[in-house]
Every structure is written in structure tokens, then in C-alpha cells.
Design a protein around this ligand. Structure first.
Ligand code: GLN
Ligand code: ZN
Length: 768
């Protein structure tokens, strides 16, 4: 039985790649230096996988930015606009690559970057391939071959990983009309075949083709594309061992297609869908090997060896050990690197750490599982099983996790708890009367600039260089300044500025029971950007109010309304590592109750307008269409539960960043927030079409200021945008606000832009 791995984190266990890339981009280090850091990371990763006992070690899983962009460069899908960078600037391959990833503003050229979007249902973002009708492909970058050779020089025959041709095309976008990108397969395949042949010439044994789309909803044409692609590869290079890797979903109705493909091995994600094992065992053709993705690559919990061994046992009984492989469920790219680096017991207590495994530990789990299946296990190995059972049992029963009161409260949730007292029309009248806001009220989304100074206070406070009292005073002063400035500028609904928050999820996680944090659990989000998600390990409750002091303080400074500012339950769930011992729905409802209590406490403290941000509602959508309705049901319910404890006169806002709303507009309406603010300025209000076509009943603030750009928009531009909005939404439903929070902006731009925004509102009111 072979062990293998689908991919290893490439940022380096101390984020070496992040640091090296950013130094290179800012001109502070050389290309040579960056390339060396890349080589070191690859080398370290290969060696540690070898030491862990992984038989088939991946190569080409390393990337300087993104594996999809790597594939575009490999097959020469380089958009026309970068040709000048290539030709005139005579750039290195890596500079061209970074130009595609990040845009290029040098030597008189100003070229925009390629689009970036989310990788399936993860928080990783990939660079979207761009295709033209007459798209040609040719082997451009030989990275995959070079890295195979590089490892071979070190004595390791790796299993190169390629994003499979069908998934590669499906991940891209047609940049002109009149063709279907899947029809490019015929042009694309010769490049894949050339790569396989060249690897073959270097004595490659296994090649892994990642085809995550094989586990998603497919059209008949897409299904045929799979058959065509892998038959061609088989025909041209019959003796190379090919593996297709699927992950993030079970194969379901595509199982028969998957086993019909002429490949040597099929990898399935048993963390996501363990039940698919039976289906596949019933239909696997005689020559095919099954790779069992039993170790969850998307989460940080220790594997349950007993459960995994049962799956492995079932497979070997049917197929024989020769035709079974053991692996993580997907690439370990989505796991933090190494739990052994978490040595600060004050940050991550040992009892909880003992339930966890990061990428490096997951390799050990894969290797140990194999040892445990062999007939002559030594005492030391069975000790490992005992220790695992003990950790799993301990987690099941730990009082740190289980809080009877929380479970009881969730059980007791009634329909009425997720229901405001009256319908929106009635609330609107109440709110009109009590809030006394003008037409086109102006507001912002919550955060004001997190200057280097503000961040340095927090860093010094965390290090103990500032006392709590000193830190609080500084934050209070900053808050007061922000409130005064908003008053002077004439904004209608103020915010306190979120200066006390590091991050909109982490801030709440740090104050809720049931969360822990790692010191070094970084996961790549895109390019050099990493996130350190909070870890939800137990039943969630709120020991004490989390935001009331700050909101009440800000409100005490002014007669205008200050909006309370909270992160919603779905977003907190979505941006954390979650429990795998209960459904996500349960965890979300627990968080929703905690947020509900906070909302009620804010109301008690005199806060009349409360915003509950839910930017992640859309990204939580399951990958398969049939699963979406039930997710949306509980996600909307969780939001409503958090919002419905207050009286009709308290106004609930929500905020979402850029999202496609068309297919979920009914559910957005069902959230029943009194006001929703959305990102709109880049799309020139196009996003509002979903709301207007649907006759969205509640109030909306379509963003008029693109906060992702340093550019300051003029009042005329904003009036124009609002006029577009007015064309589809009645004026008395409209608010005026930026696209999102202002924490990444500078104060000077922010002040100018918001002053313009207030002027725009005046103009609009005058013309009513
Ligand atoms: N209230 C948050 C802020 O203003 C919202 C951020 C977000 O939507 N991502 O920063
Ligand atoms: Zn936003």
C-alpha cells in the first residue's frame, strides 16, 4: 500500500516565501535571492515528506504565487497585454508571471493584473485564466519539468502535480464572445501530452492530474471532455502512471464517469464524503487503484485513526492492499504548516493542541495509518493508535468543549426567535419616527483607517509595553477624533471606527468562549497574503459584552446616531477553522445566539442602529447546486436569529462585499435587515439589477466609493452613480455609503472622499 501526498504548503513554515517575495517586489532584494528561497522551501518540503514516510511526494505543488497561474504560464496562455512586458522589457519569466498576477506599472507601462477569484469553497484565491476564441497553447514555462528534475537530483523521484486540462479550462473565462472554453481542449491537450512525454523521458513514474471539477455538477459536454482528455493522454503515453485527484466534494453521480476514465488511479475525498467509498468499491475496474483521502486537508483536527482504519480496511478487503493508497483528502495547501511551532501554552493550551494536526502532522498520520494496517505492527506503532484513540475520546468528552447550557439553548430556539416583532413596513414607520434621518442618509461601513500608529499601539500593548489603561486611552482618543470629524463633516449615521479591532473575526473570536488561536497557523490566501483563521473548538458562548463599551463610549460623544458594529454568525464560521464533530449549522446557531445577546446589549446601552456584517454568506454556498437550499435556510436563519431580539424601532443593518446576488436575492431579502449596504461602485451599480428586478423591499446603500483604490471620487461621480441607483430603486429606500470599510485607506483620501459623499447627498436631496 503506497502513501502519497497531493501538495504541501509552499509559504514556508515561517512564511519565508511571503517575506522574500515582498522584498523582491519592493526592489529590496534580487531575483537570485528569491529563486534561492523558493529552492530552499521545495527542498525542505521534499525532505520532510520523505522523512515522514510518504512514498509519492508531489512536485510542482510549489508556486511563487498560484498554481493556476503556473498552469497558464506553462501552457503559454499569456494575455496579449503582457506581451510588451515580455518583449520590450525583456523580462525574466518570473517578472512576466508577477506582472500577470499583480499588474505592471513600470517603464511607462501600465497594465492591469489578471482577475483573481476564490478556489472552490476555500479561502484560497487563484488567478483566473483568460481565453480568446483563437486561443493557442504551447509549452512556455517548463517549471513542472524543471522541478521534477530538481528533486531527482536530490534523489527523490516525485509525482508531478498538474492541474488537469478540463479543470484548467473550466476555471478560466472567455474574454470574448462566440465560443465555449471547453472547446479549447483539442488545442490544449498537445501541450499536456508534450509535458507527460518530457517527464517520461526523465523516468517519471506517477503523474497527478487535479480535476476537482470531476466532483461538481457537470454538463454532458464537460463529461465528454473528461473522457476525451484522458483517452488522448493514455493513447499517446500509455505506460506513464496517471492519477486523477478529486476533492472538496464526493463524486456522486459522476462516479461512473470517473471510473470509466483510462487512468491508473483515482483519488477521492473521504473527509468530505466518506459514503462514496462504498459506491466506488462497487464499480472500480480491475486495473484501477483507489487513493483514499482520509486525512482532512481542510481542517486542523487530528485524524480519527479508528474511523480511517475502518475505511482503509474495507477498501483493502475488496481491492487488496496493492490497489489502495492512503493520502490527505486534498492538498495540504489549506492547512497551517507545523503544529510543533505552537510552543506558547498561554496561546494554545496543551489539552487543545493535543486534538490538532497541521500539515506536517498530517503527513505523519498518513504514514502511521499505513503502518497500522500492516500485519506485523510493533508495540511502538500500536502505542500510536492508543494515543490517538485517547485524544479522540478526550475531545469527545472534554468539559472544555461541551457546555450543556449552550446546547440546551440551541435546542430551545423557536421560530419566533428568528422573527422581528413586525414586518419591515411597520418597522420602517417606527424607525422613521424615532431615528429622524434625512432622505439619502449618509453612513460608512464601519472601520476607519488602521494607521501604522494604531497598529503599533496594539503591538506594544500585546507585548506588554503599554498597559491596558494606556492602550484604551489611545484608542479612546482616536475614536473621539473620528466621531468629531464625522460630525463636522455632516455624516448622518456615525461609526466608532473599529480602532480597537485587529480583524473583524479575530476580535470576536478572542472574546467568545469556544475559540482558540494559534501563534503561527498561517494559511495562504493569495500570492504572499496569508491568514491565520481562529479555531472554533467548542460550544460557543459569550462570557460578557464584546463591543458595548466602545459603542457606548462613541455614542456618549455625540447627539447623532452611532452604529453598533458586529460580525455576523455565518462570516465568523466561514472565516474560522470549524468543529468537525457537529454540523456547521449547529456551530453557526451557537454563534448567532452570542451575537444576538450582543445586539440586545447594544440596544440596552442606547444604540439605535446596529450593523451585523455578513460578507461571507455567499462564499459559504455549497459547491453542488442540490445542497444550496438547505445551507441558505440555516444561514439566513442564523442571521435573523442574531438580529431579531430588538424592538421595531432599532434599525438593523447588514453589509456584504462584492457578491453576485442574482441567484440568492430571495434569501438576501429573507434576511430581512432593515438596511443592506453592498459594494457597487466598480460594477457601476450593475449589482443593483438583482435588487431592482426583484423589487427588494427594504433599504439599500449601494457603495459609491471604491475603497480598494486610493483614488478619490468626485461628488458628481457619486451623484451619477446614485442617479443610476434611483432609476431602479425608489429614493426613500436609498442610503449613501462607501463600498466597504476604510481600514486600508489613508486618512487624507478618506476625508476627501467622504466630504464629497456628503456633498453628493446634499445635491441629491436638493433635486428631489
Ligand atoms: N465593518 C467592517 C469594516 O468596516 C466590514 C468589513 C468587510 O465587509 N469585509 O471593516
Ligand atoms: Zn465589505
Amino acid at each position: 500500500m503506497l502513501t502519497h501526498n497531493l501538495g504541501y504548503p509552499r509559504i514556508g513554515s515561517h512564511r519565508e516565501l511571503k517575506k522574500a517575495s515582498e522584498l523582491y517586489w519592493s526592489g529590496k532584494s534580487t531575483l537570485k535571492n528569491l529563486l534561492q528561497v523558493g529552492r530552499n522551501i521545495r527542498h525542505d518540503n521534499w525532505m520532510l515528506q520523505k522523512q515522514a514516510g510518504i512514498d509519492l511526494i508531489p512536485s510542482n505543488d510549489f508556486s511563487f504565487y498560484d498554481q493556476v497561474l503556473d498552469m497558464s504560464l506553462t501552457v503559454g496562455a499569456i494575455p496579449e497585454r503582457y506581451h510588451d512586458v515580455m518583449v520590450k522589457q525583456n523580462s525574466s519569466e518570473l517578472d512576466l508571471y508577477f506582472a500577470m498576477a499583480r499588474g505592471y506599472q513600470k517603464h511607462g507601462l501600465d497594465i492591469i493584473a489578471m482577475e483573481m477569484t476564490k478556489w472552490f469553497d476555500t479561502n484560497y484565491h487563484y488567478i483566473v485564466p483568460e481565453f480568446r476564441r483563437d486561443q493557442q497553447f504551447k509549452l512556455f514555462s517548463t517549471k513542472v519539468i524543471d522541478e521534477f528534475y530538481e528533486a531527482k537530483q536530490l534523489g527523490i523521484v516525485t509525482k508531478p502535480v498538474l492541474l488537469g486540462p478540463v479543470s484548467y479550462l473550466l476555471l478560466g473565462k472567455e474574454k470574448e464572445k462566440g465560443f465555449d472554453r471547453i472547446d479549447l481542449l483539442k488545442n490544449l491537450l498537445p501541450v499536456y501530452i508534450e509535458i507527460v512525454k518530457r517527464l517520461d523521458a526523465l523516468d517519471v513514474q506517477w503523474i497527478q492530474f487535479d480535476e476537482p471539477f470531476l466532483a461538481l455538477d457537470l454538463s454532458e459536454k464537460e463529461k465528454r471532455a473528461f473522457t476525451y482528455a484522458y483517452s488522448e493522454i493514455k493513447r499517446e503515453v500509455p505506460h506513464v502512471k496517471t492519477m486523477i485527484a478529486t476533492y472538496f466534494e464526493g463524486l456522486r453521480s459522476n462516479a461512473s464517469l470517473a471510473v470509466s476514465l483510462p487512468v491508473c488511479a483515482l483519488h477521492i475525498d473521504l473527509a468530505r464524503d466518506p459514503a462514496q467509498l462504498d459506491t466506488l468499491l462497487g464499480m472500480l475496474p480491475e486495473k484501477m487503484t483507489l487513493s483514499l483521502g482520509v486525512v482532512d486537508g481542510r481542517n486542523i483536527w487530528k485524524n480519527n485513526f479508528t474511523a480511517s482504519l475502518a475505511l482503509i480496511g474495507k477498501a483493502t478487503a475488496k481491492l487488496g492492499a496493492q490497489r489502495v493508497m492512503i493520502a490527505p483528502s486534498c492538498s495540504l495547501l489549506h492547512s497551517p504548516c507545523d503544529l510543533a511551532l505552537e510552543t506558547n501554552e498561554a496561546v494554545l493550551r496543551p489539552e487543545i493542541k493535543n486534538w490538532m494536526a497541521f500539515a506536517r502532522q498530517k503527513l505523519d498520520e498518513v504514514a502511521t495509518l499505513r503502518l497500522l494496517t500492516s500485519s506485523e505492527t510493533s508495540g511502538a506503532v500500536s502505542d500510536l493508535l492508543d494515543a490517538n484513540r485517547k485524544a479522540v475520546e478526550d475531545r469527545k468528552t472534554s468539559p472544555l468543549i461541551h457546555d450543556a447550557a449552550v446546547k440546551q439553548r440551541v435546542k430551545g430556539i423557536k421560530d419566533a426567535d428568528a422573527q422581528r416583532k413586525n414586518i419591515f413596513a411597520a418597522r420602517k414607520t417606527e424607525q422613521r419616527r424615532s431615528l429622524n434621518l434625512p432622505l439619502f442618509p449618509t453612513t460608512t461601513i464601519g472601520s476607519f483607517p488602521q494607521t501604522a500608529e494604531v497598529r503599533s499601539w496594539r503591538a506594544r500593548w500585546k507585548k506588554g509595553e503599554l498597559t491596558q489603561a494606556e492602550y484604551d486611552t489611545l484608542i479612546r482618543e482616536e475614536t473621539e477624533k473620528a466621531v468629531r470629524w464625522q460630525e463636522d463633516t455632516g455624516i448622518d449615521v456615525l461609526v466608532h471606527g473599529e480602532f480597537e479591532r485587529n480583524d473583524m473575526v479575530e476580535y470576536f473570536g478572542e472574546r467568545l468562549k469556544g475559540f482558540v488561536f494559534s501563534a503561527n497557523g498561517w494559511v495562504q490566501s493569495y500570492g504572499s497574503r496569508c491568514v491565520k483563521p481562529p479555531i472554533i473548538f467548542g460550544d460557543v458562548s459569550r462570557p460578557e459584552p464584546m463591543t458595548v463599551t466602545w459603542s457606548a463610549y462613541a455614542q456618549s460623544l455625540t447627539k447623532k446616531h452611532v452604529k453598533g458594529m458586529l460580525t455576523g454568525p455565518v462570516t465568523i464560521l466561514q472565516w474560522s477553522f470549524v468543529r468537525d464533530d457537529q454540523p456547521r449549522e449547529q456551530t453557526t446557531l451557537q454563534i448567532a445566539l452570542a451575537i444576538r445577546d450582543e445586539v440586545c446589549d447594544l440596544e440596552k446601552a442606547g444604540i439605535r442602529i446596529i450593523q451585523i456584517d455578513e460578507p461571507a454568506i455567499r462564499e459559504g454556498l455549497p459547491l453542488r447546486l442540490v445542497d444550496r437550499a438547505s445551507y441558505l435556510d440555516w444561514a439566513v436563519k442564523a442571521f435573523r436569529l442574531s438580529a431579531s431580539g430588538v424592538s421595531d424601532s432599532t434599525q438593523i443593518h447588514t453589509h456584504m462585499c462584492y457578491s453576485e446576488f442574482n441567484d440568492i436575492i430571495q434569501h438576501i431579502a429573507d434576511m430581512d435587515a432593515d438596511v443592506i449596504t453592498i459594494e457597487c461602485s466598480r460594477s457601476q451599480m450593475e449589482l443593483l439589477d438583482a435588487f431592482s428586478g426583484f423589487r427588494y423591499p427594504n433599504e439599500i446603500g449601494p457603495g459609491v466609493y471604491d475603497i480598494h483604490s486610493p483614488r478619490v471620487p468626485s461628488r458628481e461621480e457619486m451623484v451619477n452613480l446614485m442617479n443610476k441607483a434611483k432609476a431602479v430603486i425608489p429614493s426613500d429606500q436609498l442610503w449613501i455609503n462607501p463600498d466597504c470599510g476604510l481600514k486600508t485607506r489613508h486618512w487624507d483620501e478618506t476625508k476627501k472622499a467622504l466630504t464629497e459623499m456628503v456633498e453628493a447627498a446634499k445635491k441629491l436631496r436638493a433635486s428631489e
